[in-house]
Each structure stands twice: as structure tokens, then as C-alpha cells.
Design a protein around this ligand. Structure first.
Ligand SMILES: Cc1ncc(COP(=O)(O)O)c(C=O)c1O
Length: 513
């Protein structure tokens, strides 16, 4: 830490007029210090023993709001009271993402170094909108993303910066894809009412995340113009179908713009064949964006490096440390091959910021690479995570989660009455309970009826498991079939946790059946 001496240097007692009234000021520093120690003690206990509460909050809608006053306080309140209400009123309404038995969606664990990084980032309150408003914030972000890119084995010509979420990164990527056709003048003239413009189309798999649709809706492409390409039996986009759909669109007078491929889809963590998709993109001159929000970090594990095969040919890629890299929300890394195109889409310098800019050759002003002007100092926590655990430590932890998943697969394969629903590529296991009596029925009305019963059974098991407070898991549908998911991604999840959860689900399947 920096010595306090540096602070003293800037405190000039002579400049303080004794007669001027003291400013109302902040929390007294001694109160901050003693409360801060208590808060850190509370966090340490929380991390060490885990939440003493159900993993999935059991409050009813409105229950928290009913306990919060309708009006803000007129005068200040003691910090003890505020923290007391954090425990009494808010705590029951927390779903514990930072619990080892949070196995829903994609778990996100907040590690010790990341929490300390968040704390320091809040204290130092940096806003790296332009370089000079935070030289360290800007340069650390760029350097940390170079490290991360290299650790993942991505090519050195990717420029990386941090955004809040993968959804925003995908939207920025599609905006850049549009700006890559600067001859269309969309940035200045827009798209509305232009008879000279063909309709722009986007391609992604039927298994892609809904953020692709949201980006298309936001950018004015329209949901109808997001073509959902069929996936194979392992839920991967089929490049031949992609090729055919693009060709048909061209013949019909559309303007194909971009493909979004996924490495680690949300439902089953399938991996699109990025290299083959890159071939199609090259043939039709389309922007290739890769959504590796969940699974990209797995490339830190040497034997998993191949999952990013083909991504070296992408135009942009997003990978979220806030999913499976022990960094709390939000922290999403966005890499672009041609940063000048992204900049052309978003750089806009109002007068009041023009004097605050340093030479474009010398510095990067991060406001030029997206919508937001103000930005949180997110690189600090990522820097601390990468340094504290190191590449090997991170790989070891990711490998452990994948081993938990592989061992569960083995158990499922040897257990009658449970069905594995998708290949396990990472640390997400998709399965469903299917009693013997419902095993052999295929085709026609009877199968439909069986599917309905299986959905009822499995959703009941999930609801009861979640209501027990011992675990939080979620579901999806794969090729129309109701599927349960258990995802391992928390730093403190152990084999005992997995065994306990599996026994609970198995017991529930026997009573719910
Ligand atoms: C594959 C994939 N892409 C994108 C997202 C959206 O991520 P974010 O919450 O960072 O916008 C998710 C979320 O789970 C995801 O699974």
C-alpha cells in the first residue's frame, strides 16, 4: 500500500482558513475505520462458513420492499442501524451466488482477491472515461487484457477492453460489424426510410443466447432478421445450413452482415465449429463475433486450449471473468481485431471533453470504444485475480470443476432412471430423471404425453430441491425436452457438496415419482 506520507504531502495546513466553517464532510474517519474492520470480519466469516441461509432466497415477492420505508430519511442514521437492516431486512432476500451450492445458470464466485479489488476500486473511485481522468485505470485495463488474451492463446492483434456484460459486448460487436460497411453511412444517416439500403441480416444458432436478439432489437436490425441456424444433435451450429441460409438471403436481396458463434452455449455449453464458421464468414465477407461468455476461460487450462480453435480468425470475441473466473459481476472482456472500426462506430467528442484529451497517438481514451462515458475501475479486481491465483492456479481450479462434472456424469451413466441430456464439455451437467416405466416410449401422442409427465416430474424435483434451501439449480429445454442443469463453478464447491446435492435429488426423484 502507498505510505500515508504521500497524503501528508498534499495537506497544506496554511491553506486552511481557521475562520471558515468546516465542510459537512464525510463519515468520520475513525468511524469508517472501525466499521470497516467489522464489515471485513463479517465478509471473512461469510466466505469461510458460507451463507447461513437458503441458497435460493425464500422470500415472497414484495416482502423485502414491505420492510423498507416508503420515504428516504430526512436526517442521517447511525451506520450500526443501516448495517443492522442489511442483516435483518436485506439478507433474507439474497440469493447466495457466492455459495458453494449455487449450481444454477452459470455460477459466479467472488474470490477474496476480487472482493479486495472491488473495495479498493470503490475507495480510489476512478473513472477512466479518457486517459487523463485515470491514467492508471486506462493503462492497467489495457495491460491486463493483453495478459488475459495471451493466457487464452488469442492472437496478439486483438485489442481488449472491459465492458459490463457480454450482452453489451455483443451489441458493440454488431454495431462494429455495421460500421465496417462505412459506405452505407448508417452512423450519420440511420436506417429508417432509406430505399438505398438492403435489409441487414444476422446469423446465429438456435442455441445462442438471447443477447444476440436483444442487440439486434436495440440496433434496429429487427428480431425477424436474426436467422436462427439449426444445431446438430450435440447442439452445435451446422455450418452447411449457415452457408445455405446466407446464400438464400443474398438471392432474396438481403444484406448479410455478421455471424455470432458460441463457445459454451447457455443451455448445454455446446461449442459451435468456429473454424468452419470462419470459412463461411470469409466467403461472404461477414463479421464473425464469438460469444465465449461462459466457456472462454476454460482455454486457460492447457488441455482445453483447443476450445478456442478458429477464434484466431474472429473479428471479435467476448469472455466473462464474472461467470467462471472468480470475479464478481460485472467484468466482461471484449476483444476486437479492428479496434479502429469500433472506434469509428462510437467515438464522438463533445466540446467539454475535447480539452481533456491527450494526443491520440500517445494514449487510449476508453470512451471511444463503446456507449458509456463513465466506467467502473473493473480491471483492478481482474488484475488481482490473475496475479493472486496465477495462470496455473486458475487452471487448477477450473480443472477441478470439470472433474466434479465428469465424476457426476459417470455416476449418472451408472444410475438407472437418470438420463444425460447433452455432452459435458465443461462443468455443466444436463440431465433428467426418467423412471424405467417412461423409458421406451418414442413417437406419436404417447411420447408427447410422456414428455409432459417428465417435465412435471423434473420440475417438481427442482422446485423441491430449491425450496429445501440446500442448493439452487435451474433448468432448460434441449430439443424441446425439459432438462435439469447442475453447474459447478464456485471456488469452494467440494465433492461433498456435489454428493449431498446428488443424493438430495435422487431421494426427491423417488418420492416425487
Ligand atoms: C453464452 C452466453 N452469452 C451471453 C450471456 C449474457 O451474459 P451477461 O449477463 O454478461 O450479459 C450469457 C449469460 O448466461 C451466456 O450464457
Amino acid at each position: 500500500m502507498h505510505p500515508e506520507g504521500a497524503l501528508l504531502m498534499f495537506t497544506d495546513p496554511a491553506s486552511q482558513t481557521p475562520s471558515s466553517p468546516a465542510p459537512p464532510g464525510d463519515m468520520p474517519i475513525e468511524e469508517f475505520r472501525s466499521t470497516g474492520y467489522q464489515v471485513i470480519d463479517w465478509i471473512a466469516e461469510y466466505l469461510d462458513r458460507g451463507p447461513r441461509a437458503p441458497v435460493l432466497s425464500q422470500v415472497e415477492p414484495g416482502e423485502v420492499a414491505d420492510r423498507l420505508p416508503e420515504k428516504a430519511p430526512t436526517s442521517g442514521e447511525p451506520i450500526e442501524e443501516i448495517l443492522g437492516d442489511f442483516g435483518e431486512i436485506l439478507y433474507p432476500g439474497f440469493t447466495h451466488w457466492n455459495s458453494p451450492r449455487y449450481m444454477a445458470y452459470f455460477p459466479s464466485s467472488a474470490s477474496g482477491p476480487a472482493i479486495l479489488g472491488e473495495l479498493l476500486a470503490a475507495a480510489i473511485s476512478q473513472n477512466a472515461m479518457v486517459w487523463r481522468t485515470s491514467p492508471a485505470g486506462t493503462e492497467l485495463e489495457l495491460r491486463v487484457l493483453e495478459w488475459f488474451r495471451d493466457m487464452l492463446g488469442l492472437p496478439a492483434d486483438f485489442h481488449g477492453h472491459i465492458v459490463d456484460t457480454a450482452s453489451i459486448a455483443t451489441m458493440l460487436a454488431l454495431a462494429a460489424a455495421r460500421e465496417a460497411h462505412s459506405e452505407l453511412q448508417i452512423r450519420t444517416e440511420g436506417m429508417a426510410g432509406r430505399s438505398d439500403l438492403k435489409t441487414l441480416t444476422i446469423y446465429t444458432s438456435e442455441e445462442a443466447h438471447s443477447s444476440v436478439d436483444k442487440a439486434a432489437a436495440t440496433l434496429g436490425f429487427g428480431l425477424e432478421h436474426v436467422r436462427k441456424i439449426a444445431a446438430d444433435n450435440e447442439f452445435r451450429m451446422i455450418p452447411e445450413v449457415l452457408h445455405d441460409v446466407i446464400s438464400a438471403d443474398l438471392a432474396d436481396g438481403f444484406h448479410p452482415l455478421a455471424v455470432v458463434a458460441t463457445v459454451g452455449t447457455t443451455s448445454s455449453t455446446s461449442i459451435d465449429p468456429v473454424a468452419e464458421i470462419a470459412d463461411v464468414c470469409r466467403e461472404f465477407n461477414l463479421w464473425l463475433h464469438v460469444d465465449a461468455a461462459y466457456a472462454g476461460v476454460a482455454a486457460l487450462v492447457p488441455e482445453k486450449r483447443h476450445i478456442l480453435d478458429g477464434c484466431d480468425r474472429a473479428d471479435s470475441i467476448v469472455i466473462n471473468p464474472h461467470k467462471w473466473l472468480f470475479t464478481p459481476v460485472d467484468c466482461s472482456t471484449f476483444f476486437v481485431r479492428r479496434p479502429e472500426v469500433l472506434k469509428a462506430a462510437f467515438s464522438l467528442i463533445p466540446e467539454y471533453l475535447s480539452s481533456e484529451r491527450d494526443s491520440e497517438e500517445a494514449v487510449t481514451n476508453l470512451m471511444d470504444y463503446g456507449i458509456q462515458l463513465g466506467r467502473r475501475f473493473r480491471s483492478l479486481k481482474l488484475w488481482m485475480v490473475l496475479r493472486y491465483f496465477g495462470a496455473e492456479g486458475l487452471a487448477e481450479r477450473l480443472r477441478y470443476h470439470m472433474k466434479l462434472a465428469d465424476d457426476l456424469v459417470e455416476k449418472i451413466e451408472n444410475q438407472p432412471g437418470v438420463e444425460l441430456m447433452a455432452p459435458v464439455n465443461f462443468a455443466a451437467v444436463c440431465f433428467r430423471f426418467r423412471p424405467e416405466a417412461m423409458m421406451e416410449i418414442e413417437g406419436g401422442k404417447e411420447e408427447e404425453e410422456t414428455e409432459r409427465k417428465l417435465e412435471e416430474l423434473n420440475s417438481r424435483i427442482m422446485a423441491e430441491a430449491n425450496a429445501s434451501g440446500k442448493v439452487f439449480l435451474s433448468h432448460t429445454k434441449l430439443k424441446g425436452k425439459y432438462t435439469l442443469r447442475l453447474v459447478f463453478g464456485h471456488l469452494r464447491t467440494t465433492q461433498e457438496d456435489v454428493d449431498m446435492v446428488w443424493n438430495l435429488l435422487t431421494d426427491l426423484s423417488e418420492t416425487a415419482g
